[in-house]
Write a protein that binds this ligand. Structure first.
Ligand code: C2E
Ligand code: MG
Ligand code: MG
Ligand code: MG
Length: 280
C-alpha cells in the first residue's frame, strides 16, 4: 500500500506513520468485536435546573474500555464506527442500554428524569429507525417521554426531508428531540421554524466567554429569548466557571450542563450524585 505505481514517487512509511496506520487498522478490528465483548460503557453527565441547581436530567455519553488502550472517547472511535458500518448496531446498543438504565433507576426508586443520548447522521438516516426505536421501547417497557435524542445541525443539512420524517416518527413515540451544539454549524433560523425541537442546546463556544464578552452575552440572550418564545427548553452546555454560571443565572435558561457541576461519570458514581440529592 505504501508503494505507488509511479516509481519516481515512492512513499515510505515512517515508523510514526506506520504506528498510526496499524493502530487505526487494529482499532477497526477491535471495534468489530467490542460490542460482543461488552467493552462499551455509557457515562452520564447531569443536567441541572438553572433555578434550583438540582439534577433534573442526564446525558449519556459513550466510552470504549479498550483492553489495551484504556478508556477511549467517542471522538476516537465514532468516526471509525461510521466508516466501517458499525454505527447502526452501536447506536442500537446505546439506545437499548439507556432504556435498561432508566428501568434500573426506576426500580431503585430514583425520581424519573429525561435521559438524552446522541445520534449521528447515519443513524438518523438508517432505514427502519423509527420501528427499531419503537421495538426497543416496547422490549424495555420504557415510555418514550423519558428519552431525548440529541442531533446536530450538520445532520439536518443532509437530506432535509428524510430527517424531518424520521423526527416526526420519533416524536410520535413520545421521544423528545434536541438540537445539539446550536450556533456552531450553519444554524439557519428557518430550521427552528421547520423542525419543532423540544430542546435547544447552546454550544460551549458561546458559553466560554459569556462572562467576558458583552457581544456573546447579547447573542446568548437573544437565542434564549427566541427559544423561550418558540416553547423550546434551553440547555447551556460546557459551563466550567462560577463566573459563567452567574451570568447564566440572570438569563432565562432552563438547564445547565458542564464540568462545573460534574464531568460525565460511570453509573455507580453518577448514582452517588443522585443519592446525595445533588444540589450544586
Ligand atoms: P456532545 O453531545 O456535544 O457532548 C458534549 C461533550 O462535551 C462531551 O464530550 C462532554 O464530556 C463534553 N463536556 C461536557 N461538559 C463540558 C465542559 O464543561 N467542558 C468541556 N471542555 N467539555 C465538556 P464527549 O463525551 O467526549 O463526547 C463528544 C461528542 O461525541 C459528543 O458531543 C457527541 O456528539 C458524540 N457522542 C458521545 N456519545 C455518543 C454516542 O453514544 N453516539 C454518538 N453517535 N455520538 C456520541
Ligand atoms: Mg450531546
Ligand atoms: Mg453538545
Ligand atoms: Mg459536540
Amino acid at each position: 500500500e505504501a508503494k505507488e505505481s509511479n516509481e519516481n514517487s515512492y512513499t515510505v512509511f515512517t515508523p510514526e506513520m506506520e504506528k498510526t496506520h496499524s493502530r487505526k487498522f487494529t482499532l477497526q478490528n477491535d471495534l468489530r468485536r467490542a460490542i460482543i465483548n461488552d467493552e462499551f460503557e455509557l457515562y452520564y453527565q447531569p443536567k441541572v435546573s438553572a433555578t434550583t441547581l438540582e439534577v433534573v436530567g442526564a446525558e449519556a455519553l459513550i466510552r470504549w474500555n479498550h483492553p489495551k488502550y484504556g478508556v477511549l472517547s467517542p471522538g476516537d472511535f465514532i468516526p471509525l464506527a461510521e466508516d466501517i458500518g458499525l454505527i447502526v448496531p452501536l447506536g442500537e446498543w446505546v439506545f437499548e442500554t439507556v432504556c435498561e438504565q432508566i428501568k434500573k433507576w426506576e426500580n431503585k426508586g430514583f425520581p424519573p428524569m429525561i435521559v438524552s443520548l446522541n445520534f449521528s447522521a447515519s443513524q438518523m438516516l438508517q432505514k427502519g429507525l423509527v420501528s427499531t426505536v419503537g421495538r426497543l421501547l416496547d422490549d424495555s417497557q420504557v415510555d418514550g417521554k423519558w428519552i431525548e435524542i440529541e442531533i446536530t445541525e450538520s445532520l439536518i443539512l443532509e437530506r432535509d426531508n428524510e430527517v424531518l420524517k424520521k423526527l416526526e416518527g420519533l416524536k410520535e413515540l413520545g421521544i423528545h428531540i434536541a438540537i445539539d451544539d446550536f450556533g456552531t454549524g450553519y444554524s439557519s433560523l428557518s430550521y427552528l421554524r421547520k423542525y419543532k425541537f423540544n430542546t435547544i442546546k447552546l454550544d460551549k463556544s458561546f458559553i466560554n466567554d459569556i462572562h467576558t464578552s458583552i457581544d456573546n452575552q447579547a447573542i446568548i440572550e437573544f437565542m434564549i429569548r427566541l427559544s423561550n418564545q418558540l416553547n423550546m427548553k434551553v440547555v447551556a452546555e460546557g459551563i466550567e466557571l462560577e463566573e459563567q454560571l452567574s451570568v447564566l443565572k440572570t438569563l432565562n435558561c432552563d438547564e445547565l450542563q458542564g464540568f462545573l457541576f460534574s464531568k460525565p461519570k460511570p453509573v455507580a458514581e453518577f448514582e452517588k450524585l443522585l443519592r446525595r440529592d445533588a444540589v450544586f
